[in-house]
Design a protein around this ligand. Sequence first.
Ligand code: GLU
Length: 302
Amino acid sequence: MDYRGRFAPSPTGPLHAGSLVAALASWLDARAHEGRWLVRIEDVDGPRCQPGTDRLILDQLARCGLLPDEAPVWQSQRDALYEKALQQLVDAGLAYGCVCTRADIQRAVEAAGRATERHGELVYPGTCRTGLHGRAARAWRLLTASSGSIEWQDRRLGAQQQDLEAEVGDFVLRRADGLWAYQLAVVIDDAEQGITDIVRGEDLADNTPRQLWLQRQLGLNPPRYLHTPLVLGQNGEKLSKQNGAQALDLDDPLAALRSAGLALGLRVEADSVADWLAAAVQAWRGMMPPLNFAVFDEDRTP
Ligand code: GLU
């Protein structure tokens, strides 16, 4: 299987030190495996995106010498793919329409005497599993009833496990505002683009079981996963656009690469961006255990 990796930024703000780490790691891993590296602009959540930020991110990457091997794609232009996948799931009885508002969910959860929360979100109690009784669907959810314990092997974090139904519940594929959920778009695009390896920040690690489950429901091959360490700000919190992380200063791309490298445990010195990247690929090769497709295939067996 030829290696295909990707970096998939949401254009909600320019790259910051944390997102450069994820971009660099995915690029290094693709180069170290003589694979291809793609960039996908994840702009499904239109209202959260800032106009022009997509181009700015591509420019920031280019300044760091991180050039995609194929033309970037924009999720906002791929509605038809997501629509088709949702229809397939609904037709197979694996996804269902939901009429519940936040308040409905709150009430149902309280009535059942359990209030399982995850990242401030209530675990959906499955109210609409039995049908809409004539009402129009607001959102669409994926059934997790038979998911059991989802187990997977992260190349850095090791063995991971999540009981999807209890810990997350039937999750949203299409939101009540009509927007596609990240989970659906990312799974469809990774499959459609033939991505074999996902290298991204550790903050996304706990989305992986949902994505593995969705892949399984759609009959898609799962990629391998490697979640990179997060870069913490001075306040000890994860750097993110939401908590006001500074955009990268790319007047000195070599300095930005050097600090992104350090976050990945790479101590590389060079005088130019091109030399730094070449040396970093060598260092990355030395650091990463070889990929093992066999182990990965075993993980797929339900
Ligand atoms: N678009 C997501 C983000 O910027 C990343 C998605 C992924 O790598 O799976 O956080």
